[in-house]
Design a protein. Structure first.
Length: 318
C-alpha cells in the first residue's frame, strides 16, 4: 500500500464527499468545453442490453479512456465531467459509459439494473473496442463504477493499458453497513434510488406488482426486497458476494490496476483493502483525507485524483 499526502482541503470527509458531486465545481469549466463540444451520444446495442454512452473523440489521439460513474450517478456526474475535461485537454479521447438504468436510459431495457450485471458491461466494452480500432483502451471508474472497472478488467479479453478505481467498494456488505450507520448518507442514497425506481415503474409498471418498495425506510430493507424480487439471488448476502472484490478477482487481472481511496472515506471502510492490498496485480494508493471520491484541493475545487489519473494515462500512452 502506498500512502500519499497531497494537500487535501477541507479535511472534513463529509464535506469532501459532498464536493465530489457538487455542481459548484462545474463552474470551472469553460462555456461549451472541448470535450462537450466533441461529444456524441451513442446507443450501444448488444444481445444482453442496450447501454448509453457519450463519446468525445480526438482526431490526433489513439488512446481512449472509458469512464464509469458511481451508483445512481451518470455520465453527467460532476466528477466524471471534470475528469473527462482534464483527460480531453491532455489529448485523450474519452468515452463516458452509463450503466443500465442510469442517465436517460431507464426505458431501454426492461429488467432492472443491479450490481452483478457484469456481462453486459463487458459486452459494452467489447463494442467500444470494436468501434474504435487502433485505440489503446484504459478504464477508470468511481465508487461502484470503480468496482465494475476492476471486475471488468479481470474478465475482459480486451488489452487494457490502465485500470484505475477511485473509492471502490471492496466488500459491499460492509459498505452497506457504513451507509446504514450514517443517516444522512442513507437518506441521500434512498432518495436517489427511489427516484430511479419511480422512473422505471412509469415505463414498466408490471415489474412492480406486489412490490411495496415505497414503504421501505432503510437501504438494507429495500435492498433485501429488491434482491428477492428482481435478481436471481436467493439471499442478499449472495448478492453482495457476487460483486465483492476478492483476491481471486484481482489475480485474474492481466494488467496492474490501481485503487485510490482515502482513510476517512465514510462509506468504504479502508480496512477492506487488507484482503487484496499485497497482491502484485494491484497498486493501492491511499490518502489520509479525501472522503468518498472527493480529494478536493482547496478553493480551486480541483480534485487531486484528476491530475493523478491524467499523469498515469499519459505516461502509459508514451
Amino acid at each position: 500500500m502506498i500512502i500519499c499526502q497531497p494537500p487535501i482541503r477541507p479535511k472534513n470527509p463529509h464535506l469532501q464527499s459532498f464536493l465530489a458531486s457538487s455542481r459548484l465545481r462545474l463552474k470551472r469549466l469553460t462555456q461549451n468545453p472541448p470535450f462537450q463540444a466533441a461529444a456524441n451520444e451513442v446507443k450501444i446495442t448488444t444481445p444482453l442490453a442496450d447501454l448509453q454512452g457519450i463519446h468525445s473523440p480526438q482526431a490526433e489521439s489513439n488512446h481512449l479512456v472509458v469512464l464509469i460513474h458511481g451508483w445512481e450517478g451518470s455520465a453527467q456526474s460532476t466528477y466524471i465531467q471534470l475528469l473527462a475535461d482534464s483527460l480531453y485537454n491532455a489529448g485523450h479521447a474519452v468515452f463516458r459509459l452509463n450503466m443500465r438504468d442510469h442517465g436517460d436510459s431507464h426505458s431501454w431495457n426492461e429488467p432492472l439494473f443491479h450490481s452483478c450485471r457484469l456481462d453486459e458491461m463487458l459486452a459494452a466494452l467489447d463494442w467500444i473496442a470494436e468501434n474504435n480500432p487502433n485505440h489503446k483502451l484504459s478504464l477508470c471508474g468511481f465508487s461502484l463504477g470503480g468496482n465494475f472497472a476492476l471486475r471488468m478488467a479481470a474478465q475482459t479479453t480486451q488489452n487494457l493499458h490502465k485500470v484505475i478505481a477511485v473509492s471502490p467498494p471492496i466488500n459491499p456488505k460492509n459498505s452497506m453497513q457504513a451507509i446504514q450507520d450514517l443517516q444522512s448518507y442513507q437518506k441521500y442514497f434512498l432518495k436517489k434510488w427511489r427516484r430511479s425506481l419511480a422512473i422505471k415503474q412509469d415505463y414498466f409498471p408490471h415489474l412492480f406488482e406486489g412490490h411495496n418498495w415505497k414503504e421501505e425506510q432503510s437501504l438494507a430493507a429495500l435492498t433485501a426486497q429488491f434482491v428477492e424480487k428482481h435478481t436471481e439471488f436467493n439471499h442478499v448476502n449472495d448478492y453482495f458476494d457476487g460483486y465483492t472484490i476478492t483476491p481471486k478477482v484481482i489475480r485474474k487481472l492481466k494488467t496492474q490496476a490501481q485503487i485510490i481511496t482515502s482513510w476517512d472515506d465514510p462509506v468504504i471502510p479502508v480496512k477492506d483493502l487488507s484482503t487484496i492490498d499485497r497482491l502484485p496485480q494491484l497498486k493501492c494508493i491511499t490518502t489520509a483525507h479525501g472522503g468518498h471520491c472527493g480529494f478536493v484541493q482547496g478553493l480551486s475545487m480541483r480534485s487531486w485524483v484528476e491530475q493523478h489519473i491524467v499523469n498515469e494515462i499519459t505516461n502509459e500512452s508514451t
